[in-house]
Design a binder for this molecule. Structure first.
Ligand code: PMP
Length: 395
């Protein structure tokens, strides 16, 4: 069985890590892998997480299974973060814990296949490469809708809406809730509203991927899109991740939240998702979710988390301003969009050859798609990176 296998394709993330490790320059800059770095280039464990881990170590009475739905406090805290404690969206939703945002998306994809067989999933072009991979793995047909204008750094909203006009009642629309990966270009309130109108007309389902809550403009600001959907649509689903906003990457903390027309409908949808989760991982990992539940449930730790999150967010936005301003000094192109975009990523239209030159000649590492992780910039490297990007000529 194994002997006849072809050489597997190189894992792009592994390839990137190898190239970075092999670069011996003391000036090397990692703008590739989607991880937040502090001003010293480190990706530390948050203080609130350390405190919750200490608490967990001291007090956890057992490691017995919880349930396929996971940690109930974490699930309730997730719904409260999304819609606001006691809100209508909170009441009309139910959450299942999942291993990371990836697990939540896979669960959603399997569930959609069961509930809406034959339905297509409309995904933005470009999107996080794991989106098409996950949805194809569950047998979905995909349609790519135009999303990003690489010249202006804006959303191609009219073209997007024209393509989405072809959605049918069995189809699903995938949206990024905030901090679009890989472009950083988000929908504004009027655009969310127009999408809600369109979806109401077509009857299509909506799935929102919210992997960067709190890293754009703030916790409630970044939830504005899904809160608007909760006001306007009877039902939709949200996949969330605490990988970035709690820096819990390897602990695999995510969730799938289903919003129904009524609480009863949400409870029913949740009950249908549970047996799907059972076939995927049976029980989700507990450690990270227990940490998040404790931090969000303890007033002091929660304040600490909000401060640490604000530090990350402010640093990203400062680096956006710095990169945009420095690039502006290099020619005619208007780089104001970098400062207006949100989240960890932007795309400047750097070709694969340009990416290679940046790595070889300037020790600046990006993914081959030309995505820039702004959170890898700091006071010590931002000017040098901007000058290198300008030097490769096609930025
Ligand atoms: N969605 C998007 C858009 C992402 O960028 C990521 C992480 N790169 C995820 C989901 C999933 O993250 P994780 O599985 O690590 O929680």
């Amino acid at each position: 069985m194994f002997a006849e296998l072809d050489e597997p394709p190189l894992d792009p993330i592994l390839g990137l890590a190898q190239l970075l490790a092999g670069d011996t320059s003391p000036d090397k800059v990692d703008l590739g892998i989607g991880i937040y770095h502090d001003d010293q280039g480190r990706a530390p464990v948050l203080d609130c997480v350390k405190a919750a881990e200490r608490w967990l170590l001291e007090t956890q009475p057992s490691k017995r299974y919880l349930s396929s739905s996971g940690n109930a406090d974490y699930n309730a805290a997730t719904r409260a973060l999304l819609f606001g404690d006691g809100s209508d969206g909170f009441a009309r939703s139910r959450t299942i814990q999942a291993p990371g945002g990836t697990g939540a998306l896979r669960l959603a994809s399997d569930l959609l296949r069961r509930l809406s067989p034959g339905g297509r999933i409309f995904i933005p072009g470009p999107t996080w490469p794991n989106h098409p991979a996950i949805f194809k793995a569950t047998g979905h047909e995909l349609v790519v809708y135009p999303y990003y204008d690489i010249e202006t750094g804006k959303v191609r909203f009219d073209e997007m809406m024209a393509t989405l006009g072809a959605m049918g009642a069995k189809d699903t629309l995938l949206l990024h809730g905030c901090c679009h990966n890989p472009t950083g270009a988000d929908l504004d309130a009027a655009q969310w509203s127009a999408i809600a109108d369109l979806v109401s007309k077509t009857g299509a389902a909506v799935m929102v991927d919210l992997a960067y809550l709190g890293l754009g403009d703030g916790l409630s600001e970044d939830a504005a899109g899904i809160r608007l959907l909760a006001e306007r649509l009877p039902e939709f689903i949200v996949a969330t991740s605490c990988s970035k906003n709690f820096a819990l990457y390897r602990e695999r903390v995510g969730a799938l939240t289903v919003v129904g027309a009524s609480e009863t409908n949400a409870v029913r949808a949740h009950a249908h998702a549970l047996p799907v989760a059972r076939t995927l991982w049976s029980m989700p990992p507990d450690h990270g979710a227990a940490i998040v539940a404790h931090v969000l449930g303890d007033a002091e730790l929660r304040r600490g988390w909000e401060r640490e999150l604000a530090t990350m967010r402010d640093r990203i936005n400062t680096m956006r301003n710095r990169l945009s301003a420095r690039l502006a000094g290099h020619g005619d192109r208007d780089y104001g969009f970098i400062a207006r975009q949100r989240g960890m990523f932007t795309m400047l239209g750097i070709s694969p050859e340009g990416v290679e030159t940046l790595r070889r000649e300037h020790h600046v590492h990006l993914t081959s798609s030309g995505r820039v992780n702004v959170a890898g910039l700091n006071e010590g490297n931002v000017d040098r990176v901007a000058d290198a990007i300008a030097a490769v000529g096609n930025a």
